[in-house]
Write a protein that binds this ligand. Structure first.
Ligand code: NAD
Length: 248
């Protein structure tokens, strides 16, 4: 499939994990991709591998985000924005510091707000565009992640509002909510818990109806669908990619 031929795409947090897999997927379908990440070396490596461009960008900085959007929209167009930049600072509520709270809220919520705000200026002008904003199933609540779940549920509400405000201009916005995805983020959690990543994944899989964790490519293919014309009538929604819901 070459669904993004001639289109320009910006992926924040595109250097590694889900963002890198998404950048690779969209590039493989014809997109010109700008990989924006504060890990400049990894962003450059990913951009070179997929034939895209790298931009150093801290998503909490308005100036960096506006420069990244301007770089992606150099041709005057920006067709797709995918926001993947993310961190975790897990702690139980009684131990959570101001810094744990603010770093996570700034990266996920402010970072998503800044990117969407800069992107919509280009997209509404051209009368088309798609945004896919990465949330998480942790939005529904997860022990040790009060900061992260607040930010990720915030992204879902933000996405619904973007859908309402930008839809009339031909721009759709959807959120994607991954479950356990095998990336550096979950590997770091494994190490913090004193486990090898493989052991951690196997344990997580026991509680997933499909009995497997997902990989960045599993998320990237759903992002590609949501960013494509095939999902042109989907707007303001949050789509889980988690192997099946376990209800409590
Ligand atoms: P990752 O750690 O592999 O990649 C995150 C990327 O974001 C890295 O390239 C990192 O350098 C970049 N980044 C972090 N802070 C940044 C900032 N301030 N500015 C610019 N770039 C920044 O993690 P991942 O698992 O690929 O996570 C990607 C997104 O998916 C995150 O939003 C994460 O919360 C979300 N998510 C991940 C999982 C999972 O299980 N891995 C599940 C649900 C949601």
């Amino acid at each position: 499939m070459r669904r993004f031929e001639g289109q320009t795409v910006l992926v924040t947090g595109g250097a590694k994990g889900i963002g890198a897999a998404t950048a690779a997927r969209l590039a493989s379908e014809g997109a010109q991709v700008v990989v924006a990440d504060f890990d400049e070396a990894a962003a450059t490596e990913t951009a070179e591998r997929i034939g895209g461009r790298a931009v150093r960008c801290d998503v909490t900085s308005r100036a960096d985000v506006e420069a990244a959007v301007a770089a992606a929209a150099e041709s005057g167009r920006l067709d797709v924005l995918v926001t993947c930049a993310g961190i975790i600072r897990d702690n139980l509520i009684h131990k959570m510091t101001d810094d744990d709270w603010e770093a996570v809220i700034a990266t996920h919520l402010r970072g998503t707000f800044l990117a969407a705000q800069a992107a919509q200026a280009v997209m509404t002008q051209q009368g088309s565009g798609s945004m896919v904003l990465v949330s998480s199933v942790s939005a529904l609540g997860n022990r040790g992640q009060a900061n992260y779940s607040a930010a990720k549920m915030g992204i879902q509400g933000f996405t619904r509002t973007l859908g309402i405000e930008l839809g009339p201009f031909g721009v759709n916005a959807n959120a994607i909510a991954p479950g356990f995805i095998a990336t550096e983020m979950t590997d770091a959690t494994a190490r913090r818990l004193g486990m090898e990543p493989e052991e951690h994944r196997a344990k997580a899989a026991e509680n997933i109806p499909l009995r497997r964790v997902a990989f960045p490519e599993d998320v990237a293919s759903v992002v590609a669908f949501l960013a494509s014309d095939a999902a042109g009538a989907v707007n303001g929604q949050s789509i889980n990619v988690c192997g099946g819901t376990v209800m409590c």
